[in-house]
Design a protein around this ligand. Structure first.
Ligand code: NAP
Length: 606
C-alpha cells in the first residue's frame, strides 16, 4: 500500500523535475519577472494559513493563539499573493515589441480573464443548483456533498494552471497570459480552501486577507522598478514567516500527538521558515541601505553560528526522537530566527541577489514542508517549483559570475580597500576624459551605437534618458542596440526590466553571445554605469577575481565612452583595464545628468 507520505514525496520530486525543465527554458530577458512570479505562486502558503486561521479551537487550551498565528499567516501570504501577481504583471506589461508599442494599448487580458472566471463560476453554480435534491438548502448541499470532492479537483486544476503559468514565461509573448492563468490557479485554490472541512470560522480569514491585500496592492503598484530586488527579499520574508507560523500553530495544537514523520517535516518547516524570514529581512535592509552594505562581522561570529546551528539541529532531533511536548521547540524556533540574521549579515550587499535567490529556494522548501505537515499536495507542488526555481537562478548567477555558491556565501568578494584602488589606478597610466559637447560631436558622425547598461544606470535611474538618446539616434538612421550581460545590475535580467520600463522594445535588447561578434563593426559603445561586466581582465588576467567570467567585449569597438562618476571600481572591487585603453574616453558624472546634457547638446547640433 502506498502511503500518503510516499505520494507526497513522488509529487515533490516530479514537480521539481518539471520545474527544472520549464525554468531552464525561461530566457534571461525574463529572469526578474520569473523571480517575482515564483514568489507570487509561493503565496499558496495562503491555503495552509486559511486552514489554520479558520479552524475551530474551542477544545484546545489557549486555542486563540493558533487563530492569531493563522491570522498573521493569512495576512503575510495574501500580501505576497496580491503584491506578487501585481508587480509581475507590471513588469511583463513593459515587455513589448516595437510593433506592439506602435499599436498602442495591448488587449486587456485582465478583463477577458475576469469575464471568463465569472462566466465559469455562474455555469458551475447553475449545474450544482440543477443537480441538488429539491428539499435541501443550497448551502447545506454544497458543504455536505460537493465541497470535499470539489476541493480535490480545484487543487489539481490549480496545479496545472501554475505549471502552465510558468511555461508562459518561456516567451514575452505568452508571459502575461501565463501569469493570468497562474493567478486564476491561485484564485481557484484559495476559493476551494474556503470549503475545506476544517474551515468553519471565516471572520479572521477575511480580516487577514483584507489587510494583506491592501498592503500587497500598495507594494505591488507603488514600488519603483529599481527597488525590485529589495521587494523580492521582503516578500520572501513574509512567505517564510507564514510557513513558520503555520508550523508553530500546528505544534501548539497537536504537541505530544504528532508522528515522527510529521515532526520531521514540521521541524524543517519552522527552522527553514524562521531563518529565511530574518535572513531575507537582512537582505532587504542591506539592499535598501538601511543596514551597511559591507559584510558585517565580529570576533567569534563563525563559532557562534556553528554552535547555534548545532543546537538547532540537535533540538530538532530530540523533538523527533522523543515526540515530546516541550517548550524547547519554541527555543529552537527563536534560535533559528537568530541564525538567519547571522547567516546573512556577513555577506556583502552586492552578493545579495544570489543570496535572495537561495532564500527564495529555502522559502519554497519551507512551503513544501508545510504541505507535508498538512498533507496538502498543492503546497508540495508549488513549494517544489519555487525551491527549484530559486536554486536554479542562484546557480545561473554564480555561473555567469564564474563563482561557486560557497564563495558567494562565505567568500567576502569585493572587499578591496580604498588604498588598493588608488594604487591600482596610479599604476595603470593615462585616463582620457571627454565632455558632453565632445561626445555629441562624436555621436553626430556615428553609424552604429551599442549601449551597455549596468548597475550605475539603475542607481542614476538613467534608463529613460538612455532610451530617449537611443530614439534620437534611431531617428538619424543610426543602428542602435542595447547589450545585456546576464548579471549586469543586481538581479538576473535587471537591465531588461529597466529598459522595458523606459519603453525600449525587447527585440533591441541583445544578449551577450549575440552582440559580442558585432563590436568590431560598432562605431561607439556607450557604457552606462557598467563596470565589471566589461572588464577585459576577466579574459586576460588569471589573478583577477573576475577571471573566467564571460564579459561584453566592448574593447573591440572602434571607440568607447564610459559614463561613471569616478574611477572607483564596481562590485568586484577590481580596477578596470578598459579605462586605460587608447580608444576609451570617460564622461564623468551621474549617468542621468550626463545623458541628459548629451541629449541637449545633440539637439543643439541640428
Ligand atoms: P558594477 O561592476 O557594480 O559597476 C557599476 C558602476 O556603476 C560602478 O563602477 C559605479 O562607478 C557606477 N555608478 C554607480 N552609480 C552611478 C551613477 N549614479 N552614475 C553613473 N555611474 C554610476 O556593475 P555591473 O557592471 O552592472 O556588474 C554587475 C556586478 O554585480 C557584477 O560583478 C556581477 O557579478 C554582480 N552581481 C550581479 C548579480 C545580478 O544578478 N545581476 C548578482 C550578484 C552579483 P562610480 O562609483 O565611479 O560612479
Amino acid at each position: 500500500m502506498t502511503t500518503e507520505l510516499e505520494v507526497g514525496l513522488y509529487i515533490f520530486l516530479l514537480a521539481g523535475f518539471l520545474g527544472y525543465h520549464i525554468i531552464t527554458r525561461v530566457p534571461p530577458l525574463l529572469h526578474t519577472p520569473l523571480m517575482s512570479a515564483t514568489n507570487a505562486i509561493a503565496a499558496i502558503s495562503l491555503v495552509g494559513s486559511i486552514v489554520v486561521a479558520g479552524s475551530d479551537y474551542s477544545n484546545v487550551p489557549n486555542g486563540w493563539i493558533c487563530t492569531l498565528l493563522g491570522l498573521v499567516a493569512v495576512l503575510c501570504s495574501s500580501t505576497n499573493a496580491v503584491g506578487g501577481f501585481l508587480i509581475t504583471d507590471r513588469m511583463l506589461r513593459m515587455f513589448k515589441t516595437a510593433e506592439e508599442r506602435a499599436r498602442g494599448k495591448r488587449r486587456p487580458v485582465e478583463l477577458q480573464a475576469v469575464t471568463g472566471v465569472l462566466v465559469g463560476l455562474l455555469i458551475i453554480a447553475a449545474i450544482l443548483y440543477g443537480t441538488k435534491p429539491a428539499n435541501m438548502p443550497f448551502g447545506e448541499y454544497l458543504h455536505e456533498h460537493v465541497a470535499a470532492e470539489a476541493l480535490r479537483y480545484a487543487y489539481i486544476v490549480s496545479a496545472a494552471l501554475f505549471i502552465l503559468g510558468l511555461k508562459g514565461l518561456s516567451s514575452p509573448k505568452w508571459a502575461r497570459t501565463g501569469m493570468g492563468l497562474a493567478a486564476l490557479g491561485m484564485f481557484i485554490a484559495v476559493a476551494g480552501t474556503l470549503f475545506h472541512p476544517h474551515v468553519v470560522i471565516y471572520r479572521w480569514i477575511a480580516l487577514g486577507f483584507a489587510i494583506g491585500a491592501v498592503i500587497g496592492a500598495w507594494l505591488g503598484l507603488s514600488i519603483p522598478m529599481t527597488a525590485v530586488p529589495q521587494r523580492t527579499a521582503l516578500s520572501h520574508s513574509l512567505g517564510a514567516l507564514a510557513a513558520c507560523l503555520v508550523g508553530i500553530s500546528e505544534y501548539f495544537r497537536y504537541q505530544g500527538e504528532l508522528s515522527r514523520v510529521t515532526l520531521v517535516a514540521l521541524d524543517f518547516e519552522v527552522i527553514v521558515g524562521a531563518l529565511t524570514f530574518t535572513g531575507s529581512l537582512m537582505a532587504a535592509a542591506k539592499l535598501q541601505e538601511l543596514l551597511p552594505g559591507r559584510p558585517l562581522t565580529f570576533r567569534g561570529q563563525n563559532v557562534l553560528s556553528f554552535i547555534l546551528l548545532a543546537v538547532i539541529f540537535f533540538s530538532g532531533l530530540y523533538l523527533i526522537i522523543t515526540q515530546a511536548a516541550t517548550p524547547f521547540f519554541y527555543v529552537m524556533v527563536a534560535l533559528s530566527f537568530l541564525f538567519g540574521i547571522l547567516l546573512v549579515i556577513p555577506i556583502g550587499a552586492a552578493d545579495m541577489p544570489t543570496v535572495i535567490a537561495l532564500l527564495n529556494s529555502y522559502g519554497g522548501l519551507a512551503d513544501a514542508a508545510m504541505g507535508f505537515v498538512l498533507m496538502n499536495k498543492i503546497q508540495i507542488i508549488t513549494g517544489s517549483l519555487d525551491g527549484t526555481s530559486g536554486f536554479l537562478l542562484a546557480l545561473l548567477m554564480c555561473r555567469a559570475m564564474n563563482r561557486s555558491a560557497f564563495n558567494v556565501l562565505f567568500g567576502a568578494f569585493g572587499q578591496v580597500s580604498e588604498a588598493d584602488v588608488t594604487a591600482a589606478a596610479e599604476a595603470k597610466g593615462t585616463v582620457r576624459s571627454i565632455t558632453s559637447e565632445e561626445t555629441a560631436v562624436l555621436f553626430d558622425t556615428a553609424r552604429s551605437v551599442v549601449f551597455v547598461p549596468g548597475y550605475g544606470m539603475a542607481v542614476a535611474q538613467a534608463q529613460h534618458a538612455v532610451a530617449e538618446l537611443g530614439n534620437i539616434l534611431r531617428e538619424r538612421d543610426v543602428d542602435v542596440k542595447y547589450a545585456i550581460h546576464p548579471v549586469a545590475g543586481r538581479m538576473p535580467g535587471h537591465m531588461n526590466v529597466l529598459l522595458a520600463e523606459a519603453n525600449v522594445p525587447y527585440e533591441q535588447l541583445c544578449e551577450m553571445e549575440e552582440v559580442n561578434p558585432s563590436f568590431p563593426d560598432t562605431d561607439i559603445v556607450m557604457v552606462v554605469g557598467a563596470n565589471d561586466v566589461t572588464n577585459p581582465a576577466a579574459k586576460s588576467n588569471k589573478s583577477s577575481p573576475l577571471y573566467g567570467m564571460p564579459i561584453l567585449e566592448v574593447s573591440r569597438a572602434k571607440s568607447i565612452i564610459v559614463l561613471k562618476r569616478s574611477m572607483r571600481p564596481g562590485f568586484a572591487g577590481v580596477d578596470n583595464e578598459l579605462y586605460y585603453d587608447e580608444k576609451c574616453m570617460m564622461l564623468f558624472g551621474d549617468a542621468k545628468d550626463s545623458v541628459t546634457k548629451l541629449i541637449s547638446e545633440m539637439k543643439s547640433l541640428i
